[in-house]
Unconditional design. Structure first.
Length: 193
């Protein structure tokens, strides 16, 4: 039996995202899950009504309580204090960072300072970064990229010692196909929307 996966992120009260969805995914793939909650949100598909961030001490304690894990998936990190706490507590295993910047309804889910600390401290540690197109472009802007070209944004991220980027599609309105890109191999795959 393999060690569990640690899922670090927020709780989406609408059930459409966050650690609740990540736990479902792990279990569907036959993996056990441990959870460290960074925030609780009150939201639905139209709006984020309220967000309550955990303390950095509580996030650290949850990560430490998870014990030995085989991998980590990071999601909503809220602010610079939580990003720094996660950075200090991360076990030395493969880490996937899904840089959750906004809700699907457009509300900010991390502070600008949190994004800066995430780029500075987490990008060099992760095994894979999985932004969607808007997240990729915003991270690119933080890195000084003036264009919205996927390749320019990915190049800037790779230069920050992040070893791999998988850009999630699904943001081309009106299409029934979602394309994900892995920069070293072009289009990785297509899935029906």
């Amino acid at each position: 039996m393999s060690m569990p996966v640690l899922l670090v992120g927020g709780i989406d009260s609408g059930g459409g995202a966050g650690v609740l969805r990540d736990v479902e995914t792990c279990r569907s793939l036959g993996a056990d899950a441990r959870v460290a909650v960074t925030a609780v949100t009150a939201q639905n598909n139209r709006a984020v009504i309220a967000t309550g961030a955990m303390t950095e001490e509580l996030v650290t304690a949850q990560i430490e309580a998870a014990g030995g894990v085989s991998a980590v998936k990071l999601g909503m990190l809220c602010n610079s204090a939580i990003v720094a706490a996660v950075d200090r507590a991360l076990p030395r295993v493969p880490v996937v960072l899904d840089p959750v910047l906004r809700s699907s309804s457009g509300s900010d889910l991390i502070t600008p300072e949190g994004i800066e600390v995430m780029i500075e401290r987490l990008l060099p540690q992760v095994s894979l970064l999985t932004p969607n197109l808007p997240e990729l472009k915003e991270i690119g802007r933080y890195l000084g990229v003036s264009s919205d070209e996927v390749s320019d944004c990915v190049s800037a991220i790779l230069q920050r010692r992040c070893p791999a980027v998988l850009v999630k599609g699904g943001y081309h309105g009106g299409s029934d196909v979602s394309e994900d890109w892995c920069p070293s191999s072009g289009i990785l795959g297509q899935m029906g929307a």
